[in-house]
Design a protein around this ligand. Structure first.
Ligand SMILES: NC(=O)c1ccc[n+]([C@@H]2O[C@H](COP(=O)([O-])OP(=O)(O)OC[C@H]3O[C@@H](n4cnc5c(N)ncnc54)[C@H](OP(=O)(O)O)[C@@H]3O)[C@@H](O)[C@H]2O)c1
Length: 244
């Protein structure tokens, strides 16, 4: 698929799935706006990419900054064809419910759910005005099933699932498509971000019989974006092959 003349915006693009998606889109000719809170990982994506990449530091929990997002992009970068809502975390998660705190739950929901709402609210009106666009939301198998110690994260990803389905219905027939990608276990910086402990993160991934790589999820995103206008890839669920 050739995405020349397409512009993508990816949140949480400095690492893991977002970084792999940025590189995969860029390889196929798209111009990519890479967003995240930390500049250094975004700079590394820019350096790894052969294509046109624009770095934009953005915290999806900062309502003012997200509202200002379209206007703060250079004029010729404002028409976003593909929005990849990917930023997410589970910092303070993997605890039994009574061991968690309201601040930790709020931070997970603020980013994973409201961040997605905010960025979509900033970008989708431009798609409406042009009568075309594609929103890809990164959910999780935790949006379909659940698990002990995962109350806040599973709740956030169930919210992503409901948001994605409803958003798709809002724009059915308008030229705007909405896809949700729901991965199982993917080896990224996610586990280390959660605990702040690299060794523990390594042990977490090693505790599974197998796991996926961020590039596997990027390929699913590319698949969703590559379909003819008559096809809306509503959902893709990707499980590591040992997952039941
Ligand atoms: N890894 C898995 O097993 C797995 C499975 C299913 C779904 N997912 C989902 O996949 C998405 C990407 O995660 P990942 O696995 O690639 O983990 P990751 O490597 O930790 O990437 C998450 C990215 O989100 C960014 N981020 C976090 N909070 C943010 C905020 N407030 N504003 C802007 N950016 C923010 C982080 O960058 P900064 O810190 O620089 O902002 C980071 O680059 C998440 O939505 C996650 O829930 C992951």
């Amino acid at each position: 698929m050739d995405f020349t003349n397409k512009t993508a915006l990816i949140t949480g693009a400095g690492s893991g799935i977002g970084r792999a998606a940025a590189l995969a889109l860029s390889e196929r000719g798209a111009r990519v706006v890479v967003c995240g809170r930390r500049e250094a990982p975004l700079q590394a994506v820019l350096e790894a990419s052969a294509g046109e990449v624009l770095l934009h530091t953005l915290d999806v929990t900062d309502t003012e900054a997200v509202d200002a997002l379209p206007a703060s992009l250079p004029d010729d970068w404002r028409e976003i064809d593909f929005l990849i809502n990917n930023a997410g975390h589970e910092v303070g998660g993997r605890k039994r419910f009574d061991e968690g705190s309201a601040d930790e739950w709020a931070a997970i929901l603020e980013t994973n759910v409201l961040g997605m709402f905010r960025v979509s609210r900033a970008i989708v009106p431009g798609m409406v005005a042009r009568g075309c666009g594609h929103v890809v939301n990164i959910g999780s198998t935790s949006g379909l099933t659940a698990g002990a110690t995962r109350t806040a994260y599973a709740a956030s990803k169930h919210a992503v699932h409901g948001f994605s389905k409803s958003l798709r219905m809002d724009y059915a027939g308008t030229g705007i498509r909405v896809s949700e990608i729901m991965p199982g276990i993917v080896r990224t910086d996610f586990a280390e971000a959660r605990s702040g402990d690299a060794e523990q993160a390594q042990k977490f991934y090693d505790s599974f019989d197998d796991s996926m790589e961020p590039e596997d999820i990027a390929e699913a995103i590319i698949y969703a974006l590559s379909q003819p206008a008559r096809v809306n890839v509503a959902q893709i669920v990707l499980m590591q092959s040992s997952m039941k």
